[in-house]
Design a binder for this molecule. Structure first.
Ligand code: AP5
Length: 191
């Protein structure tokens, strides 16, 4: 299964992707995690990316596509994958479409998690206090939400037009949201 999971910052993409991965035995590909790994490794790419991420802007399409291509060419993709944080604009959606068509592995399912802005701001504030992620400051979160509305939200329509979009309510507990996703993906744990 090849899934794209989408939603605003703090909507629960990463949390739910980790649960889906456990259930389906597919690979979790998070462009945010790939970028944070490059930042932690102190590479040139990581240094450039950190400045952009700390402003809440999008890292260049070219850099992110390069990281993604490298990750998808690694082993462990046999059962499929879930993409978390990519695509984030229409150009990325088209680049992904071309890349996956080329390797004969198109996206089967695009999942959009819908959460109120109030909830995502509260969740991120809580994580900021617990983990201190450098882009979880109030000012950066505000910009991440603005960038999401302007550049990423249109990607939902892109997948709706392809006929593979499902929307899931992201309010409630992590387990409640996961049960909704399992329903949409027709995952039956007992089988
Ligand atoms: P990325 O890492 O993708 O961050 P994001 O989209 O801002 O999303 P978050 O990680 O904040 O939230 P999430 O939706 O994954 O929710 P989570 O499960 O963590 O990207 C970071 C930056 O990297 C971008 O701003 C950009 O600069 C760059 N970047 C990444 N991809 C890029 C791309 N393709 N192109 C260009 N630039 C790119 O949950 C959030 C918190 O809420 C957690 O603490 C969690 O425990 C909690 N939580 C989750 N679900 C619930 C629930 N149901 N109830 C209560 N709490 C919950």
């Amino acid at each position: 299964m090849r899934i794209v999971i989408m939603g605003a910052p703090g909507s629960g993409k990463g949390t739910q992707a980790a649960l889906i991965v456990k259930e389906l035995g597919i690979a979790h590909v998070s462009t945010g995690d790939l970028l944070r790994a490059a930042v932690a490794a102190g590479t040139e790419l990581g240094k450039k990316a950190k400045e952009v991420m700390d402003r809440g802007e999008l890292v260049s399409d070219e850099i992110v596509l390069g990281l993604l291509e490298e990750r998808l060419s690694n082993s462990g993709m046999g059962n499929g994958f879930i993409l978390d944080g990519y695509p984030r604009n229409i150009a990325q959606a088209e680049a992904l479409n071309d890349l996956l068509e080329r390797i004969g592995q198109p996206v089967d399912e695009a999942l959009q998690i819908d959460v109120d802005e109030e909830s995502v701001v509260a969740r991120i504030a809580k994580r900021a206090a617990l983990e201190g992620r450098s882009d979880d400051t109030e000012e950066t979160v505000r910009n991440r939400l603005k960038v999401y509305a302007e550049q990423t939200a249109p990607v939902v329509e892109y997948y709706a037009n392809k006929g593979i979009l499902s929307r899931v309510l992201g309010e409630g507990s992590i387990e409640e949201v996961f049960q909704r996703i399992k329903g949409v993906l027709q995952i039956n744990s007992d089988s």
